[in-house]
Design a protein around this ligand. Structure first.
Ligand code: KIV
Ligand code: NA
Length: 264
């Protein structure tokens, strides 16, 4: 195949080319994003909220995410497919992380992502040692929401040092890229400059090497208030709601189906 490789993302950084990552959890968006040249797609544990209707990312399991990973793999040709390790599937030990990651790799993923910096060193080293590329995720990490006390910006004031320590730790352990979520922009810029691996920002300002958004946020399928870091590029929710409403109205008033929709 001619899939994007982790090496290509590093080369993009060396050339100073920015790129966009999106989440995807299904056939149609995966094929669409692949076709328009999105170089990396993430089957995020955000499927918990955006597919399965959970309140947080904590309940979602590997068994729930695996079929979504397979769907995205089957529906794409070029993009690097990254599968998110869900809460509870890697924290206990490097061995647990390896067993979980292997399940996603056997489903066709090209890399896995996990949350945590310094505390995930051993897991990252074990996975890369087994030939599995790892995308790290530091700053605000949604799976730790209960410990952190809600959605919080990372890297304020003296906490900049802990974000930097996490960034160095994941790079040293072998991560090929790192997501910076809700990190103060100046800290994210510094991390981006100092690390050789690409940084992928979400709520981390404009100086990271790449950006990532949840596709339902980007396209406006999710309604209601969104975090500040979201930009809605369309209002897909209103398009679908309008179509469904018109369809239902036409069924009620007899306009659908018309003769051409039947077999005569
Ligand atoms: O699960 C997810 O969608 C993510 C991205 C927002 C980075 O982790
Ligand atoms: Na995630």
């Amino acid at each position: 195949t001619s899939r994007v490789r982790t090496r290509d993302l590093k080369l993009a950084k060396e050339r100073g080319e920015k790129w966009a990552m999106l989440t995807s959890y299904d056939q149609y968006t995966a094929a669409m994003f692949d076709e328009i040249g999105i170089p990396a797609l993430l089957i995020g544990d955000s499927a918990a909220n955006n597919v399965f209707g959970y309140e947080t990312t904590l309940p979602v399991t590997i068994d729930e995410l695996l079929p979504l990973v397979s769907a995205v793999v089957r529906s794409t040709k070029r993009t690097l497919v990254v599968a998110d390790l869900p809460f509870g599937s890697y924290e206990a030990s490097p061995q647990q992380a390896l067993e979980s990651a292997v399940r996603f790799m056997k489903a066709g993923a090209n890399a896995v992502k996990l949350e945590g910096g310094v505390r995930m060193r051993e897991q990252i080293a074990a996975l890369t040692g087994a030939g599995i590329p790892v995308m790290a995720h530091i700053g605000f990490t949604p799976q730790s929401e209960n410990l952190v006390g809600g959605y919080r910006v990372a890297g304020r004031g003296e906490h900049a040092d802990s974000v930097l320590a996490d960034a160095y730790a994941v790079a040293e352990a072998g991560a090929f890229a790192v997501v910076l979520e809700m990190v103060m922009s100046d800290v994210a810029a510094r991390v981006t400059k100092e690390l050789e691996i690409p940084t992928i920002g979400i709520g981390a300002g404009g100086d990271t090497d790449a950006q990532v958004l949840v596709w339902q946020d980007m396209a406006g399928l999710r309604q209601g208030p969104a975090p500040r870091f979201v930009k809605r590029y369309a209002n897909v929710a209103s398009v679908i709601a309008e179509a469904a409403k018109t369809y239902a109205d036409e069924v009620k008033n007899g306009a659908f189906p018309a003769p051409e929709h039947g077999f005569h």
